[in-house]
Design a protein around this ligand. Structure first.
Ligand SMILES: Cc1ncc(COP(=O)(O)O)c(C=O)c1O
Length: 326
């Protein structure tokens, strides 16, 4: 019996996905939407606050602050509440109403940025707001997922470890992950390469994200991609990058539901599309274990990916390189 559902982070199910056109590609997906608040970000939120409290980086009087418009904000609001900590979540005017509601109902204070930055997005202004507040107040602890090494350590010690232990025969040959703050891929890649030095780590990113040097373009699907390159990624081991479009992501999310009964979110679709795209180009003549991370569930995308009308505006986009070899 659990004293609180939030204590059930990690040890998510691993499910096998057969792709008929790629019989040698044995895909195994970690279903991170089985974490308590519904995403992979529970691992980072829980770990960072626990380490912070245990090591005196924060205390009961600290006020946690972070810029997040999605899963991390939802997760941090839950774990901050669990510890009786105040949490300020800096969101923007594009934040999904469902996420804002979840963050608010878990007691977080919300600061909403409405002025776009020089790139037409809100990320830089969200971060500038935090920097201004940090100058004014002494009680704030900025989680700073893009730079905080604890973000990557969370995934090194939990998700990375589970992937290594649960792969059939404990043999990890490929790992595919979506990238946004870079915490997941940095931690998981370091753990996997330590235990399986020949494993290949494949980052999946979305056209319009600048993380791997692509051109900035308006993106609509949250949770994957970024309009800046996260510093934390300097420590990641990445062999190749697969770029997918939002169009491919939508088709893949629907396929996951139709074919495997997996109601998964945007980056899971991107990862599934990325696996298909990557191995279509390679001639793999023996069975290989391909581990992947499905970061969140489909409900949060009911008004976007799973809404036919909304999808009409997303056109195929394939003008740039699809695979960037490391
Ligand atoms: C749905 C989803 N997929 C993937 C990621 C990527 O994780 P990371 O920020 O660790 O790179 C996130 C992060 O917020 C996410 O919400």
């Amino acid at each position: 019996m659990l004293s609180n559902i939030l204590n059930k982070v990690g040890n998510t199910p691993l499910v096998s996905l057969k792709i008929e056109s790629l019989p040698n590609i044995k895909v195994f997906a970690k279903l991170e939407f089985y974490n308590p608040t519904g995403s992979v970000k529970d691992r980072a939120a829980c770990y960072i606050l626990n380490r912070g409290l245990n090591e005196g980086i924060i205390n009961k009087n600290s006020v946690i602050i972070e810029s997040s418009s999605g899963n991390f904000g939802v997760a941090l609001s839950a774990y901050a509440k669990l510890h009786g900590l105040r949490f300020i979540c800096v969101i923007d005017k594009n934040t999904l109403p469902v996420n804002e509601m979840l963050i608010k109902l878990q007691g977080a204070e919300i600061i909403k940025i409405t002025e776009p930055d020089e790139y037409g997005g809100y990320l830089l202004n969200r971060i500038n707001k935090i920097k201004t507040l940090l100058k004014e107040r002494q009680d704030l602890y900025w989680v700073n997922q893009y730079e905080n090494p604890l973000n990557a350590q969370a995934y090194y010690s939990s998700l990375g470890k589970e992937i290594c232990l649960e792969a059939p025969g404990q043999k990890v040959e490929y790992v595919f992950m979506g990238v946004s703050s870079g915490g997941t891929i940095t931690g998981v890649s370091r753990r996997v390469k330590k235990e399986n030095p020949n494993a290949k780590i494949i980052a999946v990113d979305i056209y319009g994200s600048v993380i791997f040097g692509g051109k900035a373009k308006k993106r609509y699907i949250p949770g994957i991609g970024s309009s800046m390159t996260p510093t934390i990624l300097d420590e990641a081991f990445i062999d190749d990058v697969v770029m997918v479009s939002e169009y491919e992501t939508i088709i893949a999310c629907k396929k996951l539901l139709e074919k495997y009964s997996l109601y998964a979110g945007g980056s899971s679709g991107s990862v599934y599309a990325g696996i298909n795209k990557y191995f279509k180009e390679l001639n793999i003549d023996h069975p290989v274990n391909v581990m992947c991370v499905f970061a969140d569930r489909g409900e949060r995308y009911i008004e976007t990916i799973f809404n036919e009308k909304w999808c009409e505006r997303i056109k195929p986009y394939t003008e740039d390189a699809a695979i960037i070899h490391g």
